[in-house]
Design a protein around this ligand. Structure first.
Ligand code: ZN
Length: 514
């Protein structure tokens, strides 16, 4: 432990520096609010004006981040030995401020503004194209976003021994290279494929007909809110709304917005989406946003892989477990009337742990999920390299779904138009989803060692000790440590795929009578 080192060292320069960053962060949070509004309540007629607003605001934000005064103060702080005492929070914050400043100053303001404008417009076009299942309608906007993203990557620079894609990946998972992701994904793909083949060929699929029973949206919403409250989500500092593509925006201290979606014949999709975004929200609410580091990098999340580990932990490791359902099934019956009253705990748990290759990533089960991610990683990497052209994307997508998941993609809505990410220019983002699953599995094993009666607690609807563990080991640190360091500090080991495979064996095989 290095927490005994000084944590509150400060100086006049440091105070001025953090004040400037706090202001920039506040401007960024207004952008978060605009984005949330665009996804939830903005009428479609507002799309053009919103793109303009997003673009102007992105430029102002960028101007603040790259203000020469920030560079001067940062340099002064870096030469102040008291501020850089080993292991202090201030030293860690300066390291991260330097990282952000260097990245921001590499990208011209015009490009930042253009990416924000084009991304906002492309997102709207994607929404219409997806509804009509018309890839040709989206292709020009996607071509623009890919081109702008490549230009941004060139500004950021290719890391030594790396490729252009790494510059984009680095924004979401710092200091990680595509080749390293590939080295993790290749053996994992083999293990998952073998696991899925074993289960689907040798197991007996559990009964799941009751999962499509009709449950009114209002009942699903009050149930989801009750679950979130029990997990510890603070509704005085957050909200839950409805969108096409669920997300979480920790836009400001004391203001974390979650969204989910409802289908009357698929209550589990809404519940898992709500718990997933709730996991992101709990992380956001646990970050040190209102203390001395407010508005500085230290108050932010360390990487998207770690962020996703928090959402997947609550969604899957908690939300698909028998102890959780021991508590949640009676609660569901309270909200859903008699709709599920004939379903036993064993039946519900088994139905939550199926293994069926399917078309839609966000609806896929745990064993098949990472294969969806691997397909996107391979395709976007090929797009950035120039090995794949936009017009060939649907064909390549469909071919890989056939090869890896064995499913025929009937239309682009259920194929390459299903995810919002590329329309925003979020290229290099997908692999962090699978890293999140690996981190979550490894954290879960350690948590269960350190809280031996966690199952009993969950069966009583008690999640406070679990949340407290996450607060202590993950949330409160913000960006103080790298993702890899945080994992090692929390679990004592570097990241490995073994815990995830052990988890799938324990969870899925019993559901198939194996
Ligand atoms: Zn997520």
């Amino acid at each position: 432990m290095t927490t005994a080192a000084p944590t509150q060292t400060t100086s006049k320069d440091y105070a001025q520096l953090t004040a400037l960053l706090r202001e920039a962060s506040t401007i960024g949070s207004i952008g978060g609010l605009l984005g949330w509004d665009q996804e939830t309540y903005m009428p479609s007629g507002g799309a053009r004006a919103r793109a303009e607003q997003a673009s102007v605001l992105a430029r102002i934000h960028h101007d603040r981040l790259t203000d020469p005064r920030v560079g001067e103060l940062l340099a002064a702080c870096e030469s102040d030995t008291a501020l850089n005492a080993g292991g202090s929070e201030t030293a860690a914050n300066l390291r991260e401020i330097r990282r952000d400043y260097d990245q921001a100053t590499k990208v011209p303001g015009d490009l930042v503004a253009e990416l924000a404008r084009a991304g906002s417009e492309a997102q709207d076009i994607w929404k219409q194209a997806r509804a009509k299942s018309d890839f040709a309608m989206f292709a020009p906007a996607l071509t623009t976003m890919l081109e702008l993203s490549r230009r941004k990557a060139e500004c950021l620079g290719i890391p030594e021994g790396g490729e252009l894609y790494d510059a984009l990946l680095d924004q979401y998972e710092p200091d990680t290279k595509a080749a390293e992701i590939e080295a993790v994904f290749n053996p994992l793909r083999e293990r998952l494929s073998a696991f899925i083949a074993d289960v689907t060929e040798n197991g007996v699929p559990p009964r799941d007909d009751f999962m499509s029973r009709n449950i009114p949206v209002g009942q699903q919403h009050t149930f989801g809110q009750a679950v979130l409250e029990a997990l510890g989500f603070d509704f005085t500092a957050g909200r839950l709304d409805v969108t096409t593509h669920p997300f979480c925006s920790g836009m400001a201290p004391g203001d974390t917005r979650l969204t989910t979606r409802y289908a009357e014949d698929n209550f589990a999709d809404a519940l898992t989406s709500t718990m997933h975004e709730g996991g992101h929200g709990l992380y956001e609410q646990g970050l040190p946003k209102s203390g001395p580091h407010a508005g500085t990098p230290l108050a932010g999340s360390v990487s998207l892989g770690i962020h996703e580990s928090q959402s997947r932990l609550w969604e899957n490791f908690v939300g698909r477990s028998a102890p959780f359902w021991k508590w949640a099934l009676p609660l569901a019956n309270k909200h859903f009337g008699s709709t599920l009253s004939d379903v036993s705990l064993d039946q519900m748990t088994a139905a939550m742990n199926t293994c069926t290759p399917s078309l839609i990533r966000v609806e896929s089960d745990e064993p098949t999920y990472n294969l969806h991610v691997m397909i996107r990683f391979g395709l976007e990497r090929a797009l950035v390299r120039g090995d794949l052209s936009i017009k060939d994307l649907p064909g390549a997508w469909n071919e890989q779904y056939k090869n890896l998941l064995g499913v025929d993609v009937p239309d682009d809505r259920r194929g390459c138009l299903q995810d919002v990410h590329w329309s925003f220019g979020l290229i290099g983002y997908f692999p962090t989803y699978s890293l999140g699953n690996l981190y979550a599995a490894q954290l879960w094993e350690t948590i269960n060692e350190q809280i031996p009666d966690l199952d009993d607690q969950m069966a009583r609807g008690e999640f406070a000790q679990l949340l407290s563990w996450l607060r202590t080991n993950i949330h409160q640190h913000g960006r103080r440590y790298t993702a890899g360091e945080l994992c090692e500090r929390a679990t004592g080991k570097p990241l490995s795929a073994d815990p995830l495979m052990r988890h799938l064996e324990r969870r899925v095989k019993p559901a198939y009578g194996m």
